[in-house]
Design a protein around this ligand. Structure first.
Ligand SMILES: [Zn+2]
Length: 226
């Protein structure tokens, strides 16, 4: 499986990407009512209002929970959709606090997510993001037959740990450069509560610095515009 870390550094383009995590533990918090939603509608509305193209990496479990929202996002030309595993288990033995997928199950896990996405989005991309950004040679080898390309990052928005919108803005704007792939999250809820509030200042500041915000596909396109 090929891996992309960032785009060309000689063009003022940045890709904002948003992961939709859902684990079984998170789903329990949904069904028990402890968390109202893991769809950050405020964030998506802001992206639409500001006309920001974005690449969305969705877990299979999230798409099963939010099929109508997935179709709605798929139908919006601003967004391109990609996969983020079935239920957000890690593809290495150790990756933060995530449970792991056994190597023998890796391909099945990823194909399960791809099948769900393809059913909801006929134009789905072949991009894939590893949960937690964790991978090794074994994972790349196991996943090679899936025909996907892993999209890593060079700017972690750290919205999952942020205690204020300002911290996310500072983290993203302070670290983004030409060709950057920025990771943020679109599940909101208790896991990423401030992303929706941070996105407008992030977009405003990056655009004021002359950056064009694009999808990963646009960022990685080899031909130059014009
Ligand atoms: Zn994730």
């Amino acid at each position: 499986m090929p891996v992309v870390q960032h785009g060309p550094r000689d063009r003022k383009k940045i890709a904002l990407t948003f992961d939709a995590d859902l684990t079984n533990a998170m789903r329990k918090r949904l069904t028990s009512g402890r968390v109202k939603s893991y769809y950050n509608a405020e964030l998506i509305e802001s992206l639409r209002r500001l006309r920001v193209p974005a690449t969305l990496f969705l877990t299979g479990l999230w798409m099963e929970q939010y099929p109508d929202q997935t179709r709605d996002l798929a139908a919006d030309p601003l967004f391109e959709l990609a996969t983020h595993s079935y239920d957000h288990k890690a593809f290495t033995a150790k990756c933060y606090t995530l449970a792991s997928v056994a190597p023998a199950d890796m391909l099945t896990d990823v194909r399960r997510a791809v099948t769900i996405l393809d059913r909801l989005d006929p134009d789905a991309t072949r991009w894939f993001r590893f949960p937690g950004g964790c991978y090794d040679g074994r994972a790349l080898h196991e996943l090679a037959p899936a025909g996907l390309t892993a999209v890593q990052l060079d700017v972690a928005g750290a919205d999952g740990f942020a205690r204020s919108p300002g911290a996310i803005v500072e983290q993203v704007v302070g670290n983004a450069q030409a060709g950057s792939i920025v990771v943020l999250h679109m599940h909101g809820g208790d896991n990423a509560p401030f992303t929706g509030k941070a996105i407008e200042p992030i977009v405003r500041k990056l655009r004021a610095q002359g950056y064009q915000l694009v999808t990963v596909t646009d960022l990685m396109r080899s031909d130059r515009p014009g």
